[in-house]
Design a protein around this ligand. Structure first.
Ligand code: ATP
Ligand code: MG
Ligand code: MG
Ligand code: MG
Length: 563
């Protein structure tokens, strides 16, 4: 690849609206460009990285015995009605009409479509177990798309679905997928943890998330040093009713004029928890309360809004109603500023449990979802320790809290979807049996951003080897004046490529400073400079992206560094 023929378009300016370092660097490196909210173009450079991630995912899925297929992204309403998710999925589901007024959705996940395929294709236990996967665009109308491709509306997901005659087979495949995920994230050079996840509305069955560890992550994770216990906070809370009781107790103690309603507030929190709500915002004032519930389980992911008048009349309200009430855009918090809520908490020493912050002021109570809040990282850590520490330290270990970016999720679905869609096979005795299912997702496009969160410095991205757009770039000094430099650089490029190195030639004729800055910004692992001076000395200037100094090496030593 010659960079003069490639579209490399870097910028020096730091984009003002990009909060996360990965978002800023992806924009500065020219990897992505925004088309509209949550919709991004992957430039040729960005796409090279995305494809590298995809390749590792595909290789390991194939190695694990999964088989690739491709489902349509546009799916008919009738199919989604069979499972009830046309309504239940909520606002994240993008609904579309065609010219005949037929309704469709853009797939946010594909349990329905794959189960429809399975009920047509699978008829005998002899065809089981089988694990189908695709690497396909998804659309979720996220309430707050942000951080670039980290939480986009259109994004690339690897989603896999396995089918089984019995639970033992499902459990075996679930373990197989966990092992495959471990290989994938290890090969991608990421620091990650697998944690227990709350299995949510589906109930009972196992679910684990894979998180890339990063301070900017939206999720809070709880680990113990005394055992291999690791969970996201929802799972930690769900596994133990004690924190809930403790929080309710704390809430009752709050001494404010609205004391009388405290128990009812506590009861509402309990309702929220039973519904596996991920985040709750309760905004109170002048006898009126607004409760926003955001479900966080794998299958629902919707925002449910409840309006509570004087806490007596509990009913679901539309987003528009809430927006009207709050006089603002619908969202978790409406006008409640998380920093302000925290200040309230600090002032009043009220309890916070896991992903809830409970606060109070003159006008009433505030419960702010903190699971999403980078702003809240510090106080939240303290709060979680208060709530879960005592319980988890029973294994003798120290409780650690970290923040994570969810990059993968494995799930034992059981028979829920197969039952709804009547996906059966004949068992050994010729009896029709509903199949058990597992589902396994990886956020392929999110991984690109997550990797940058973990691997960068002031100069730019430091790609893990498996993800770099090119492993090595050969930079030419003064190519226009110096044909010998051009010839030597081209020969070296050919040699690297022959040795199997994914290499490119920077023949753009830029000044060295600008050329090197670009290579650092876009995170090339190995930079080689071919110059007149080097050629005279029989050496190449080599610098690893992660090294602070360049060194002059002869060709043998150079190739040994790279190949
Ligand atoms: P999150 O909790 O971040 O909203 P999720 O639990 O809703 O994610 P899953 O339904 O488990 O997501 O989907 C599988 C994977 O798809 C996730 O683990 C994540 O890596 C990725 N993913 C989900 N939503 C997005 C998004 N809006 N943008 C980019 N990747 C996403
Ligand atoms: Mg999640
Ligand atoms: Mg998930
Ligand atoms: Mg989600």
């Amino acid at each position: 690849m010659r960079l003069s023929r490639f579209h490399l378009h870097t910028t020096k300016e730091t984009p003002a609206d990009a909060e996360l370092v990965s978002h800023r660097l992806m924009l500065r490196a020219g990897m992505i460009r925004k088309l509209a909210s949550g919709l991004y173009t992957w430039s040729p450079l960005g796409l090279r990285v995305l494809r590298k991630v995809e390749a590792v995912v595909r290789e390991e899925m194939d190695r694990a015995g999964a088989v690739e297929l491709q489902l349509p992204t546009i799916q008919p309403k009738e199919l989604w009605e069979e499972t009830g998710r046309w309504e239940k999925f909520g606002g994240q589901l993008l609904k579309i009409k065609d010219r005949k007024e037929q309704e469709y959705c853009y797939s946010p996940t594909a349990e329905e479509a794959i189960t429809d395929f399975a009920r047509q294709e699978l008829s005998s236990y002899k065809q089981l177990p089988v694990n189908f996967y695709q690497i396909q665009t998804k659309f979720r109308d996220e309430i707050r798309p942000r951080f670039g491709v980290m939480r986009a509306r259109e994004f690339l997901m690897k989603d896999a679905y396995s089918f089984h005659l019995d639970d033992a087979s499902l459990v075996a495949e679930y373990e197989n997928m966990k092992a495959a995920y471990t290989r994938i994230f290890t090969r991608l050079g990421l620091e990650f943890r697998a944690v227990q996840a709350d299995s949510g509305a589906i109930g009972g069955d196992a679910s684990q998330e894979f998180h890339v560890i990063a301070d900017s992550g939206e999720d809070a994770l709880v680990f113990s040093t005394g055992s291999d216990y690791a969970a996201n906070v929802e799972a930690a809370i769900a596994a133990d009713p004690a924190p809930r009781a403790a929080a309710s107790e704390q809430l009752r103690k709050i001494d404010t004029p609205t004391q009388k309603t405290c128990e009812e507030v506590a009861a509402l929190i309990d309702i929220a928890l039973q519904r596996t709500v991920k985040s709750v915002a309760l905004i109170a004032g002048e006898g009126q309360f607004v409760l926003a519930l955001v479900r966080g389980d794998h299958e629902v992911n919707e925002i449910k809004l409840a309006k509570v008048e004087g806490l007596a009349d509990y009913r679901m309200a539309s987003e528009a109603e809430i927006a009207e009430y709050l006089g603002s855009e619908p969202g978790f918090l409406g006008p409640l500023n998380p920093r302000k809520a925290l200040r309230v908490i600090a002032d009043r020493e009220v309890a916070a449990m896991a992903d809830f912050v409970v606060g109070a002021n003159e006008t009433g109570f505030h419960i702010a979802g903190v699971n999403w809040g980078r702003d809240l990282a510090e106080p939240e850590v303290a709060d979680i320790r208060n709530v879960v520490a005592g319980d988890r330290a029973r294994d003798g270990g120290e409780l650690k809290i970290a923040r994570g970016i969810e990059v993968g999720h494995v799930f034992q679905l059981g028979r829920k979807y197969a039952q709804a869609l009547k996906a059966t096979v004949l068992d050994v005795n010729g009896k029709a049996t509903v199949m058990a299912m597992g589902c396994y997702g990886i956020g392929v496009s999110r991984i690109v951003a997550a990797a940058i969160e973990q691997n960068h410095d002031e100069a730019g991205i430091i790609w893990p080897a498996a993800m770099a757009p090119w492993q090595a770039v050969v930079c030419m000094i003064n190519p226009k004046q110096d044909p010998a430099v051009v010839a030597a650089a081209e020969a070296l490029l050919a040699e690297l490529q022959a040795a199997g190195v994914d290499a490119a030639l920077d023949d753009r004729g830029l000044r060295p400073g600008a050329m090197f800055a670009d290579m650092e910004l876009i995170g090339i692992p190995h930079r080689i400079v071919v110059s007149e001076r080097g050629l005279a000395a029989g050496t190449y200037e080599y610098r690893a992206r992660s090294a602070s100094e360049a060194e002059n090496l002869d060709k043998t030593a150079l190739l040994a560094k790279i190949a």
